[in-house]
Design a protein around this ligand. Structure first.
Ligand code: ZN
Ligand code: FE
Length: 239
């Protein structure tokens, strides 16, 4: 099992989880169809599943065309059935979704939207966090409450430290500026920022991040209570 990062739109990432034995793949959050099709065709892979973390257009934009072209099966959260285009399989919190060799636990992480979920491929310690947890940041709270977002991030915090984090956007550098402003003595953060800058200078994604790094450097995971979290989230909105 391996993950391919497909840059989409301005700063989105879609991901392919590829099973090399069967030459099949799932796509997570196809923002648009074309970059996915290009990769699939070039590598002769069969795109069997489309997994959506939430209903925003930059995460579902490719659903319709990909399903039409490859007959892929669309998987999304049960309560968002009416706003995830072409949905076929409805999943719920804590459920293990299993199909072919793909196996992921669904973790409901509301806050950014009420129906936001993550796909945790526990056998490989990979999690797709959409717009909830970013590297060095977290998503804006559009539909949920601060408490919901705080609780959702705590769910992710409790996964194994070596879990790889695949998020929906390349926001890492901008996020790092906010973290360092409020946590200027953090040496781990300073180190991570140099690595981030080097990656970006070489045109490489800063993703995946490792949960351990996020626990050490991401200020939204380091706050102790929902009050401090809310303050930080407000400051970030105006940063
Ligand atoms: Zn979103
Ligand atoms: Fe997004």
């Amino acid at each position: 099992m391996r993950v391919e990062i497909i840059p989409c739109l301005q700063d989105n990432y879609s991901y392919l989880v590829i099973d090399d034995i069967n030459n099949t793949a799932c796509v997570i959050d196809p923002s648009e169809a074309e970059p996915i099709i290009n990769f699939i065709e070039k590598n002769n892979i069969s795109l069997k599943y489309i997994l959506n973390t939430h209903h925003h257009f930059d995460h579902i934009g490719g659903n319709k065309d990909l399903k039409k072209k490859y007959n892929s099966i669309v998987v999304g959260y049960k309560d968002d059935a009416n706003r995830i285009p072409e949905i076929d399989i409805l999943v719920k919190d804590n459920q293990v979704w299993k199909a072919d060799n793909f196996e992921a636990k669904i973790i409901h992480i509301p806050g950014h939207t009420t129906g936001h979920i993550s796909f945790y491929f526990f056998n490989h310690k990979l999690i797709f966090t959409g717009d909830t947890l970013f590297s060095l940041g977290c998503g804006k709270i559009f539909e949920g409450t601060y408490q919901e977002m705080f609780t959702s991030l705590n769910k992710i915090k409790n996964l194994p430290e070596d879990t790889k984090i695949y998020c929906g956007h390349e926001y890492t550098l901008q996020n790092s500026k906010f973290c360092i402003k409020h946590d200027s003595e953090n040496l781990n953060l300073k180190n991570k920022i140099s690595i981030i800058k080097e990656k970006l200078a070489n045109n490489l994604p800063t993703i995946p991040s490792i949960l351990k790094d996020e626990l050490e450097c991401n200020i939204f995971l380091r706050v102790k209570n929902v009050e401090s979290f809310s303050k930080l989230r407000d400051l970030k909105d105006n940063f």
